[in-house]
Ligand binder design. Structure first.
Ligand code: FES
Length: 357
């Protein structure tokens, strides 16, 4: 399938049938999740779940680079999975109930399985659990969803840093399959730590540059961007520093280059002020520093607080606000939802907020 010309389907652009199903699901949610008798009809679990969930089985777990495992997921009965487009991700609920989101990094034409890749982080409780998965384990998965859409463009420059290759790889394959003009610059700490190098180089070695830091030095972002032709689309996923550096390259806007990016780590707090949050269920008061998020501060006293994207778009960290004025910085809550809730991974309080935690 050519993803550059084919209309997006299902989750991205729902048909009338899917829209009708969505209305039915919303009605169900109103009765069983939000209605007066919701507690009795839907006893609360570790994490509140709404929307369509899949129960998938691990059918493969393979080391693909130092500290990185690729996990393959299928339905237990091997029936087809929902379709996805390059840039999409799924939310995975780990065996201990943590919610994490991972980019789909396999072939979108393969409706029999999903492939994700996870770098094990030193303090990453979720990534440690994911690395321990064995073939046959069952996981609850939500999605796929796409917040990093791949669109048609005259040419492409793909920039990936480390595990940021995961959403970029399917885009590169789609561009190659479509016969588009493209180039990939792939950076990472060392060659051994960079997943999928061989399969990407095999697409067209003349268009793929692999630049491990220990061989090539610290990436020169301005030089990397200079490879984009006028009116090119630049797709970028990597560490926060790399994204900020690309945005600050002045020629990007001047040359009419379209920049599309996704972070795999939280954005830095901008314009933050120090404030306090009170956790109503325990009476604990937590100071939130000017340069940290509420989530980071709360995790010091409540390490099991739920979260996933840490960027204000997945909804996992939504918390009821019992008192206080909130500076909403998320992309999830709309209208009245902002009256009594906040996404603690990005939103802040003016002075003091009381949270239902
Ligand atoms: S963790 Fe995703 S919105 Fe906060």
């Amino acid at each position: 399938m050519n993803y550059l010309t084919a209309p997006l389907t299902d989750v991205d652009n729902p048909t009338r049938t899917l829209q009708a199903m969505g209305r039915v699901a919303r009605g169900y949610s109103r009765i069983f999740a939000e209605g007066r008798h919701a507690d009795r009809l839907s006893p609360s679990g570790h994490i509140r779940r709404t929307g369509f969930d899949l129960r998938l089985m691990v059918t493969g777990s393979e080391g693909v680079a130092d500290g990185v495992r690729a996990i393959t997921l299928c339905r237990p009965d091997r029936t087809p999975l929902p379709r996805w487009t390059p840039g999409a991700h799924i939310d995975v609920f780990t065996p201990q109930g943590r919610q994490r989101h991972y980019s789909l990094t396999g072939d979108p034409a393969d409706v029999g399985s999903y492939r994700i890749a996870i770098r094990r982080l030193p303090d990453g409780t979720g990534s440690v659990e994911m690395h321990r998965l064995r073939v046959g384990d069952l996981l609850t998965v939500r999605g796929p969803r796409n917040a990093f859409n791949f669109a048609a463009a005259p040419s492409y420059l793909f920039l990936a840093g480390g595990i940021g290759i995961t959403p970029i790889a399917p885009m590169v394959r789609a561009a190659a399959a479509a016969g588009a003009e493209w180039r990939l610059i792939y950076t990472g700490a060392s060659r051994a730590s960079m997943p999928f190098v061989d399969e990407l180089v095999a697409l067209d070695s003349s268009r793929v540059e692999v630049r491990p830091d220990d061989e090539c030095g610290t990436p020169d972002v301005a030089e990397m961007v200079s490879h984009a032709s006028a009116r090119a689309a630049v797709y970028l996923c990597g560490p926060t520093g790399m994204l900020d550096a690309v945005r600050s390259v002045r020629d990007v806007a001047a040359a009419g280059i379209e920049l599309h990016s996704e972070r795999f780590s939280p954005p830095p707090v901008v314009g933050g002020q120090r404030f306090t949050v009170a956790l109503a269920r325990t009476g604990t008061e937590v100071e939130v520093a000017a340069d940290e998020t509420v989530l980071e501060a709360v995790r010091r006293v409540k390490p099991d607080v739920r979260y996933s994207c840490r960027q204000g778009f997945c909804g996992a960290c939504r918390v009821r606000v019992l008192d206080g004025e909130v500076d909403h910085r998320d992309r999830v809550l709309i209208g009245e939802q902002r009256d009594d809730s906040m996404m603690i991974c990005v939103s802040r309080a003016a002075d003091r907020a009381v949270l239902d935690l």
